[in-house]
Design a protein around this ligand. Structure first.
Ligand SMILES: [Zn+2]
Ligand SMILES: [Zn+2]
Length: 411
């Protein structure tokens, strides 16, 4: 043994003395005070070797007693492993992580110990429990620990004697088209009862019986055996506006899914078979949580098709002149009166790229409008009592009304 190691051994004995002064300690609790000693041999083996050194040094033995630090807990980890595996038996997963909540008393014991020993080489008992249980679950199940995005998080609560799990949601990306009006994008609870069910909503709890979210979600929930869904659209169209063209991107989040590794083609086919009169989905694939904020931040141009009626007969060339003057214009849109109850009253600036006259009958016209994401298109036609400037009604000096509106392209 060279000189440095000898000094180190003195240090080991000095610190160990302080640990065992208060009574018996298990191998793990002793080994844990010297985590980097002798390389990657584990705290159990490390503690055993240290005890051998102590035996030689003092000619004493510490046997058959309860560890004053962990109370014997670390000798009893297999029961927790069994409980983790049992609680997750109905769930599909590849990766997991273990987290532990320890009692205040154990915290204090550890701090008391560190104060005595100086804690120069130690790691926390939590870290040891998480790692040891993780290693054993890996061994039994063949799954892997993932520190970043585990499919399942096991939460071991020692004081409450409880194991719970947190299951990572499944995220599905796709594009949807909506072929009918009067279906909202997301679930819409009854305002009178807040979703509980009352006479206003005929005890359904809903203001609208169906939504794009539910039409897609019910098939996903059935396949993934999830609890409920959250729907994240790249913006939303008004309830009476159809979504056509290439469809609007969305991410569907399935909460607490029991299944995780499914063929999405089947789900896409089911939706398009059973809901084909109302919606259609495409480009379905698995997604990540991060894509939601990306979708929300998207400000893409859209093209609308708009049926407009006028309260008097107009000249075609006047319409062409008026819409021509709006090409490239920056609209100033004060929050529309129809959404004032839920949105802040402020002025937004949005660009109109171009407007085309597609059809014309005298007191009605069909327009195609290309504009920046977030434009209030109905108000661009009606003017909303002068809150949107410029607007088609003012330019033509008529009352223009939007009969129907469809999104026909979402870049
Ligand atoms: Zn112990
Ligand atoms: Zn109700």
């Amino acid at each position: 043994m060279d000189k440095d190691e000898h000094i180190y051994q003195d240090e080991i004995i000095k610190i160990s003395e302080k640990v065992i002064n208060d009574g018996y300690v298990c191998n793990r609790c002793l080994g844990r005070q010297f985590v980097n000693l002798w390389g990657n041999i584990g705290n159990e083996e490390r503690g055993r070797r240290i005890k051998n050194i102590l035996r030689d040094y003092y000619k004493i033995d510490h046997i058959s007693n309860v560890c004053w630090i962990c109370g014997g807990f670390l000798d009893d980890l297999d029961e927790w492993v069994r409980r983790c595996i049992d609680i997750s038996k109905d769930y599909e997963y590849d990766t997991f992580l273990v987290g532990t909540h320890i009692s205040g008393l154990l915290h204090e014991t550890e701090e008391y110990l560190w104060e005595k020993t100086g804690a120069r080489y130690t790691e926390s008992i939590k870290a040891e429990i998480n790692r040891e249980i993780g290693k054993r679950i890996e061994k039994v199940t063949g799954k892997n620990v993932d520190f970043v995005k585990p499919d399942i998080l096991f939460l071991i609560d020692i004081p409450l004697d409880k194991v719970t799990i947190k299951v990572k949601p499944v995220y599905i990306y796709g594009r949807y088209k909506k072929y009918v009006r009067d279906i909202p994008q997301t679930k819409w609870p009854c305002r009178a009862c807040g979703g509980v069910g009352c006479y206003v909503c005929n005890y359904t709890g809903k203001k609208y019986l169906e939504s794009v979210e539910e039409l897609i979600g019910k098939h996903a929930l059935k396949s993934f055996l999830g609890e409920f869904t959250k729907f994240h659209g790249a913006g939303r169209e008004d309830i009476d506006v159809r979504m056509l063209g290439n469809g609007r991107p969305f991410v569907l989040e399935i909460i607490n899914p029991k299944k995780r590794f499914l063929d999405l083609t089947q789900i896409e086919n089911d939706i398009n078979k059973y809901e084909k009169d109302k919606i259609e989905v495409s480009n379905i694939r698995f997604a990540d949580k991060e894509e939601i904020s990306y979708l929300k931040s998207l400000k893409v141009d859209k093209i609308y098709k708009c049926d407009v009626t006028f309260d008097r007969i107009l000249d075609k060339k006047d319409i062409i002149k008026a819409i021509g003057s709006m090409n490239g214009v920056i609209l100033k849109q004060r929050t529309p009166t129809r959404v004032l109850h839920r949105r802040k009253d402020l002025i937004r600036e949005r660009r109109v790229n171009w407007i085309k006259l597609v059809d014309y009958t005298g007191d009605s016209a069909v327009l195609e409008i290309s504009c920046e994401g977030g434009t209030y298109v109905k108000e661009l036609i009606t003017g909303d009592y002068g809150r949107t400037i410029p607007n088609l009604s003012d330019l033509l000096d008529v009352t223009a009304t939007v009969k129907t509106l469809d999104v026909i392209s979402f870049k």
